[in-house]
Design a protein around this ligand. Structure first.
Ligand code: 6PG
Length: 242
């Protein structure tokens, strides 16, 4: 394979909801175990949204060396951690992180000035991984929105082109009804060793097709997965697969 070729994305179609939940958790568990075996630590970045929550709960009950797991976030909304819309808050509940038995959590601080919080998270990643070029998460859980967004890289605002930062503040876009966010940028997402894209429901079928077709990334930001350096697994249910 030449250096410009990317591994082809894999598509897994779960037979039903329960299998989708289980496979999502098992893919993460395998990546966590492999990372700990190879490097002594597993660094996983989590998305919000409604699709991953049951897989997070399933994962929490698996026998894994959680003391070697570090959780990070793919994106966060501009809300405090106890807010119902907080991505950290949701994962914290599902993975029961508060007691410290299921790994260490490094959240994005959505309650602060989001530019400053994004810059601090960027600095945290550089400190943790060493140099910016090596910010390679062992696994990243991603979702896609009906409009083609992934993480908080929304269409039509150039967010997908941000390449001078690891973490960005996406300002509120009232005309598009978008709240302010913090997000990992494409350069970090593309370095992940494994990206698991969790998608369920017939409503997402068109966006799954669009994300895998060629065309503008600004129009369909989830097209960036086509440039991922690591393994990309689309885990779909039958409705999303069509
Ligand atoms: C968020 C996300 C976002 C999400 C998609 C899919 O904070 O909302 O991280 O990118 O993954 O919108 O969301 P669903 O899982 O709810 O479809």
């Amino acid at each position: 394979m030449s250096s410009t070729q990317r591994p082809a994305a894999e598509i897994l179609v779960a037979a039903d909801h329960a299998e989708h939940v289980r496979l999502g958790a098992e893919l993460l568990a395998r990546a966590i175990t492999a990372a700990i075996d190879e490097r002594g630590v597993a660094r996983v970045a989590l998305s919000g949204g409604s699709t991953p929550d049951e897989s997070y709960r399933y994962l929490k009950d698996l026998a894994l060396p959680f003391d070697r797991v570090e959780w990070y976030w793919v994106d966060e909304r501009g809300v405090p951690p106890d807010h119902p819309r907080s991505n950290y808050g949701a994962a914290n509940k599902d993975l029961e992180l508060a007691a410290g038995q299921h790994g260490r959590a490094f959240r994005m601080e959505g309650e602060r000035d989001l530019s400053a919080a994004a810059a601090d998270y960027d600095a945290l990643l550089r400190r943790t991984f060493g140099v910016a070029a090596a910010v390679a998460f062992d696994a990243m859980v991603m979702g896609v929105g009906d409009d083609g967004h992934t993480a908080s890289l929304f269409p039509g605002i150039g967010a997908v082109r941000i390449d001078d930062r690891l973490v960005a503040h996406i300002p509120e876009q009232p005309e598009k009804k978008l709240e302010a966010r913090i997000t990992l940028t494409a350069p970090v997402i593309l370095e992940a060793r494994l990206i698991v894209v969790l998608v369920r429901g017939a409503g997402k079928k068109p966006v799954v097709v669009a994300a895998r077709a060629s065309g503008s990334e600004d129009e369909v930001p989830s097209r960036i997965f086509q440039r991922a350096k690591g393994r990309v697994i689309w885990l779909l249910d039958r409705d999303a697969a069509g």
